[in-house]
Design a protein around this ligand. Sequence first.
Ligand code: GDP
Ligand code: IMO
Ligand code: MG
Length: 409
Amino acid sequence: MKLVVIGAQWGDEGKGKIVDFLAEGADIILRYSGGANAGHTVVIQEQTFKLHLIPSGVITPDKKAVLGIGMAVDLENLFEELDGLEQSGISWKGRVFLSDRAHVVLPQYKELDRQKDAERRIPIGTTGRGIGITYALKAHRDGIRVADLFDPAVWQTFKREEKSFLEPYREKIRDMVVDVSGFVHQHRDKNILFEGAQGTLLDLDLGTYPFVSSGISCAAGAAIGGGIGPHSLDRVIGVFKAYSTRVGNGPFPSEFTEQRDGKLGDTIREIGREYGVTTGRPRRCGYLDLVALSYACRSNSIDGLCLIKLDVYDGMEEIKACTAYRIDGNEVVDFPATIEHLNKAQPVLKSFRGWKGEVKSCRSFDDLPSEAKDYIHFIEEYVETSVDIVSVGHNRSETIVRRNPWTQS
Ligand code: GDP
Ligand code: IMO
Ligand code: MG
């Protein structure tokens, strides 16, 4: 079976937690897009892992972890991360693989990325990891692929400083490099978990362009990153938070405002510890945006949803969610394409009763307070997609499974 986990908002939805949780049922975990701009967190009891390039499934012993075709790989970061795993007692040798078609991020791309962003009329607020530059060079057909490090004809075209940076990695990665399409074909009867990075609204085509990243973070990217056709993907799981967050610039219609919501933005940021894993930047926070979530469900053919951070709403008198946008006096329920419309959009908010006590210890849907269940039922009806998993804390164990994506039971 081939199962895809994607972000259904602006990234940082909790993909790392869910991929780690689902990794038990997988043989192979394959990251399919982005690079070290991503920051995926896995918490197992007292131990916290922050992964940028390596699939989150690597924490589970004996699973194979693949960096897929669509990725932009910073080799320096990759080995820092692998060394970090080793120091945390996770042995990775022989089970981490790297696509020969993945693109390589050179050190100078990072500086260029920061420079270009600073020169923009409205900066995107990139992570400065050289991602946009790497994908631009790829599209321009001037990029460097992993396979090129082993092709003498291409190697001799590299500049001296490029060769001196890349040379030490040739030996280090030699045994890790695979043809991912062939690898996935060879393991076609196994369970493969595709790990997305970023999120639908940061996707180059589906997102709030130009305030997006440069990879294919939507579900379709899993097929490309794994070197298979879209029909071969069996199920798509969309991960979303009980509220919304965004890092960097760009439209965010349901963002909390001090005028309307008082200190709610600061409160949620502190309770939810909403600070970027990669850059440490405070994340912008807002209400759950059901217009955007519907769009994500539709444009990725999401089969089941995974609701994260329900616990952050513990003890609130009232919870609200955005059910439409008001733009120029009209109510709109389709996610607009233009930044102008998204910036003008005022959220139409629906209120829900909050709950008393903590959901952290709940392990079945029935254990949840009735108000929390009402909130979830409304979301399911609105987006016409079932919420199959509910996360009630950052720990691996703090998870409620209503329907197991591997078995459907
Ligand atoms: P990703 O990029 O989608 O993998 O998400 P991040 O790791 O960037 O951000 C998600 C954050 O939420 C991490 O700090 C997680 O440890 C944390 N987290 C995940 N699930 C839950 C949850 O159910 N409740 C709380 N409070 N935190 C969670
Ligand atoms: P994960 O996988 C949240 C955002 C950046 C910036 C924009 C472009 O952890 O969910 P880039 O460096 O990619 O050119 O930046 O995209 N961004 C993310 N925001 N989570 C991520 O990844 C992100 N990856 C990029 O903040 O606004
Ligand atoms: Mg993240």
